[in-house]
Write a protein that binds this ligand. Structure first.
Ligand code: DAV
Length: 395
């Protein structure tokens, strides 16, 4: 198959091309992006949708810290986020940064209280650009309920500057106790393994729940992972929002990932026809066929530079942050400095690989893709799946 293909989608709303907000996939030439910042960040508090763990060697009785992160930890992360900003600017990309807010404030809603909030390092979790539309996710954790606020002035500015831009905030869930399945945290690994095909995690199906980072874009096709942070109701909401605009929205599943959260360390499209896949987390078979039937190839990420235990002590992500790369263009990818195996693979695949240190950012929730939200990429909506009717659900 030759990529890209242009099926007859010109009459659909998806063909609208916008001057400021315009991004249809993960790889087109990047023009404008938001890079997170670490100011005011707090440790992620334990709550019904989240149980932070300590990595590596721990002292007896040591517990996960709470409240603000130390100034030197924030400073090191900010230096790397500034480094990413400088690298992107050197590539001609316009970079925007969120407004600082006070995360060290407790929240109290009619349904819940939480001692602190989190941070604005990972805009990817909160916002997504789908064509000319910006969608603010519902979020799935109490400490992240208001995480759209640091980005609101930027979104509002885009809305003022771009009369084609559509600004959509998904319905906020209650985040009440009944939205979560407490028993999820009691299951041991063997039980989770036995139930992997149920795809039932720590959020129930009672409310619409999704984090934006469970979504990946490939032109007219939008793939959403069912996870600890996105439920089936969340995917249904996205489908009903986007399908009238000409998109196909697919639920995707990675049964061997027993703690799935965010698709961008699992299934990372690099250019038309090529997805970087996680060897520990293959996509469900019938979903894989949708790609192979349309000429796409999967290439497994090589072993990461560290084990899970060697990740920073307070980092909640796996070693597969190695594959959380950011595409600047279909042939240019930014990769973390220490991930030599992946750099070699990407070069062998014909990519120009830019490298940057980013490990101090890891404990703030992610790597290069997580810490960004792309707002504008050159290009329009293409159909990379030949006008298909979509994945045939084998469940
Ligand atoms: O593999 O731990 C991390 C995603 C972070 N936003 C993982 C997924």
């Amino acid at each position: 198959m030759i990529f890209p293909t242009s099926a007859s989608i010109d009459e659909s709303a998806a063909a609208v091309s916008s001057s400021v907000v315009n991004a249809w996939n993960e790889w087109d030439p990047l023009e404008e992006i938001v890079v997170g910042r670490a100011d005011g960040a707090c440790y992620d508090p334990a709550e019904p949708g989240y149980r932070p763990i300590l990595r590596g060697l721990t002292q007896p009785g040591e517990v996960f810290p709470t409240g603000p992160k130390p100034a030197d930890v924030i400073k090191r992360a900010n230096e790397e986020l500034d480094g990413l900003t400088a690298l992107l600017e050197s590539q001609g990309v316009v970079v925007r940064r969120p407004d600082p807010i006070e995360f060290d404030r407790s929240l109290s809603s009619p349904e819940f209280t939480v001692d602190s909030q989190y941070c604005s390092v990972c805009p990817r979790d909160v916002l997504i650009t789908v064509g000319n539309q910006v969608i603010e996710a519902t979020m799935s954790r109490r400490a992240r309920f208001f995480e759209y606020l640091p980005y609101r002035s930027i979104v509002r500015e885009y809305w003022d500057r771009d009369s084609e831009m559509i600004w959509t905030a998904a319905p906020k869930p209650s985040m009440a106790d009944h939205m979560y399945r407490k028993e999820f945290w009691e299951l041991d690994v063997d039980e989770r393994y036995a139930r992997m095909h149920d795809f039932e995690f720590c959020v129930t199906q009672d409310e619409v729940v999704f984090d934006a980072a469970d979504i990946t874009r490939m032109g007219r096709d939008i793939f959403v992972q069912e996870s600890m942070t996105t439920n089936r109701a969340g995917i249904r909401w996205l489908r009903r929002e986007l399908e009238p605009r000409g998109f196909r929205v697919h639920a995707v599943h990675f049964p061997l990932d027993l703690f799935p959260s965010h698709i961008d360390c699992t299934f990372v499209p690099l250019r038309p026809g090529l997805v970087l896949t996680n060897p520990d987390r293959p996509i469900k078979e019938n979903e894989a066929e949708y790609f192979s039937d349309h000429g796409w190839q999967f290439v497994d990420a090589p072993e990461a530079s560290s084990t899970n235990d060697q990740m920073p002590k307070y980092c909640q992500s796996s070693r597969w942050l190695s594959m959380n790369v950011l595409s600047v263009a279909p042939e240019t990818v930014i990769c973390e400095e220490s991930e030599k195996n992946l750099q070699r693979l990407l070069e062998a695949l014909g990519f120009n690989v830019l490298v940057i240190p980013f490990r101090s950012v890891y404990e703030f929730g992610g790597s290069l893709h997580c810490a960004t939200w792309d707002v504008r990429r050159t290009g329009g909506c293409e159909d990379y799946f030949d006008g298909s009717v979509g994945i045939v659900d084998g469940r």
